[in-house]
Ligand binder design. Structure first.
Ligand SMILES: Cc1ncc(C[n+]2csc(CCOP(=O)(O)OP(=O)(O)O)c2C)c(N)n1
Length: 666
């Protein structure tokens, strides 16, 4: 037993009863003892990496104890106390760190990078900041469900320099979301001291700029942490709003164990060691005769035994045996496609009307479907796709957003965690870059990592031919088709757009839904008036022939149709892919086996596009059937220019006819 000295922290036990005080102590002791054990195992090479939260336990424990178990917490890498206070069985935590099956990620992600719906914890992705926006989404779900719950999310002071922090606080404030942003200011972000991280006095000062109440708490004082958060939580439950809390504390060990603390002045570490949240609280409890040596020993023994037996259980568990099938099966949540056959009544619609009608009917079918985007409510969106939606579905479900693609995609992820579907409108597909990280790292990887679906559709008004220059004309599907976990849909006709959008919304996986702006008002078709669906992964044959297979999608479909209509002597299979991920490989391969020639037309510039992958697929699977090399036709390897004659020169359209004829004479 350590010697009992006088407490360096001034505690005021207020109305807390002994039982609660002891529980606070026990809950801090548990992560401390686990960490001490982990440090030994680390030295023995039995754990891979360790981010220490020693000295910061009062924050994790105080916040978690102040919340109801049904309220979500989104912790970071030093918040072991959140996991232990929520009473996750220790052997499961150990299995997680050892990459075993009884962990939470089937060995696919390490340390605290996992979530668990069982314990209402959503763990981080390495990028830190996205947690904050995801918390917004969970808080929004709570608000919409009117369940009175709040959400707590953590960040280090380093993480607050990321744009996600700004965006998340701003959205939470504008939407009055019930979320507590907990910033653990522990002096260093890796090796970067606070004076190189931010230039205001306190992180809490930033609350004012966002219109958020903020507080500074002594993060090493468990009573202050717990009671203040509890009080704020009660208030937020009654009057939903965000609150920012800066907890002053210190990171006493290295960023991660291997990196050491050479750059931290020794005196600083000593100063904070003297403010240890557990030692001081122990002294206080002893001085008040609430904790006795006997109880303390019993706590220590109980926790240590639990650690040892749980470690034995974890070590005894066999290693995961790699199975390609198991891995591939978890990239997407399984989805039973439900076929809704259209009725006979049709109406001529432009592509834009078909998307609008499809979206509206999905809003009617899925009563909890939320749509979010810039200017989509009263204004109806810049393309007017959501015109009139606000009147029919109300402000809760048709949400104007600030200009913050990252936070909104993260919010959509949070809604999905809470069982709410959403559709996010990018004003232009080009702007998805500002939300790229959460798309490719959060939405795409969640199901594979911890079986959490990202039930989100991102609508992407894209494409050139509209004289809009490099930032309003891109067709950027290839950024996403290469990322496992995403589905990519790219219709060319009103009928397909309506049916595929319905499927995209039914599908619980993240879908990037491309809508070509140049086709919005130029392409018309008779479309069933009722709700209907079209399955993913089924290409459409628009023409059938024997001499060549033309493979394309989006605007390319219309360019190819025009060319083939002008050259009726060319006997071609014309394949409209409709969805790029999943890709209808069978349709492509079977057609090329028949025709012996293939030309792939894409609007995007050539390198790294879908055409290249399809070409490679044909070389691998159809080589013996080919009478000519596979031909790719794409736009120039430049950004897409503005003025008409430059854009025309850039576009693949102008090159297609010659390339097709050359291929036929090979
Ligand atoms: C986007 C991104 N940039 C850099 C890193 C590398 N990195 C991981 S943790 C960290 C420091 C984080 O500091 P802070 O947010 O203060 O948390 P602390 O580690 O101090 O608890 C850095 C730079 C990262 N994980 N993600």
């Amino acid at each position: 037993m350590p010697t009992i000295t006088k407490s360096n922290i001034a505690y005021d036990k207020r109305s807390l009863n002994d039982q609660t005080l002891l529980k606070l102590y026990y809950n801090m002791l548990k992560p401390r003892l686990i960490e001490e054990k982990m440090l030994i195992l680390l030295r023995q090479g039995k754990v891979s990496k360790w981010f220490s939260g020693i000295g910061q336990e009062a924050i994790s424990v105080g916040v978690t104890m102040a919340l109801k178990p049904s309220e979500y917490i989104l912790p970071m890498h030093r918040n072991l106390g959140v996991f232990t206070t929520r009473e996750i069985p220790l052997h499961r935590l150990f299995c997680q760190w050892q990459g075993k099956a009884s962990g939470f990620t089937k060995g696919r992600d390490r340390s605290f990078h996992f979530g668990t719906q069982e314990y209402n914890i959503v763990g981080m992705i390495s990028h830190l900041g996205p947690q904050l926006g995801v918390a917004d989404g969970i808080a929004l779900a709570n608000l919409l469900k009117k369940n009175g719950n709040l959400t707590a999310v953590f960040s280090g002071e380093g993480g607050t320099s990321e744009g996600d922090f700004h965006e998340a606080l701003n959205v939470a404030s504008v939407w009055s979301l019930p979320v507590i942003f907990c910033v653990e200011n522990n002096g260093y972000g890796l090796s970067t001291p606070t004076n190189e991280q931010y230039n205001c006095k306190h992180i809490a000062d930033r609350g004012k700029g966002y219109g958020i109440e903020s507080f500074i708490l002594d993060g090493n004082n468990i009573i202050e942490t717990y009671t203040k958060v509890q009080k704020l939580a009660e208030s937020i439950r009654k009057r939903p709003r965000p609150i920012l809390i800066e907890f002053k504390t210190f990171r006493r060990r290295g960023h991660e164990e291997a990196s050491g603390t050479k750059y931290v002045p020794k005196e600083l570490i000593e100063e904070w060691e003297a403010k240890d949240p557990i030692e001081n609280f122990r002294s206080f409890l002893f001085s008040k005769k609430i904790l006795t040596a006997q109880i303390d020993e019993a706590y220590n023994a109980e926790i240590k035994t639990a650690i040892d037996t749980s470690l034995d259980t974890a070590y005894a568990e066999p290693d995961i045996i790699p199975s390609e099938t198991a891995e591939l099966n978890d990239v997407y949540k399984s989805f039973e496609y439900e076929d809704y056959t259209p009725n006979k009544d049709t109406k001529e619609l432009r592509l834009i009307d078909a998307i609008s009608e499809g979206l509206k009917q999905s809003m009617q079918k899925h009563k909890n479907l939320v749509i979010m985007g810039q200017d989509i409510a009263e204004y109806g969106g810049v393309f007017k796709i959501t015109e009139g939606f606000l009147e029919e579905f109300g402000k809760d479900r048709v949400r104007n957003t600030p200009i913050c693609e990252s936070a909104i995609i993260e919010t959509a992820m949070g809604l999905s965690i809470s069982g709410i579907k959403s559709v996010v409108e990018m004003q232009f597909a080009d702007f998805v870059t500002s939300g790229f990280n959460p798309v490719v790292n959060y939405l795409a990887k969640s199901h594979y990592r911890w079986q959490q679906q990202a039930d989100v559709v991102v609508r992407m008004p894209c494409g050139g031919g509209v004289a809009a220059g490099p930032f309003h004309s891109q067709t950027n599907e290839a950024w996403f088709t290469k990322t496992p976990g995403l589905k990519v849909v790219y219709p060319a006709f009103p009928y397909d757009a309506k049916g595929l959008l319905a499927t995209a919304i039914n599908d619980p996986n993240p879908v990037l839904f491309f809508e070509h702006k140049a086709l919005y008002r130029s392409i018309r078709q008779d479309v069933p008036t009722d709700y209907f669906t079209i399955p993913f992964g089924k290409a459409a044959f628009l023409k059938e022939g024997n001499a060549v297979t033309v493979i394309t999608y989006g605007a390319g479909v219309h360019w190819a149709l025009e060319t083939l209509d002008n050259n009726s002597d060319i006997s071609a299979d014309l394949i409209d892919l409709r969805t790029l991920q999943p890709l209808d490989k069978d349709a492509i391969i079977n057609s090329v086996k028949k025709t012996g020639r293939a030309i792939i037309l894409q609007e995007d510039s050539l390198f790294g596009g879908i055409a290249s992958d399809i070409s490679a697929l044909l070389m691998e699977d159809c080589f013996e059937y080919l009478d000519a090399p596979v031909k790719r036709v794409a736009s120039m390897e430049t950004p897409i220019p503005f003025i008409g004659q430059l854009e025309k020169q850039y576009m693949a359209k102008g090159k297609f006819e010659d390339a097709l004829k050359q291929l036929l004479t090979y």
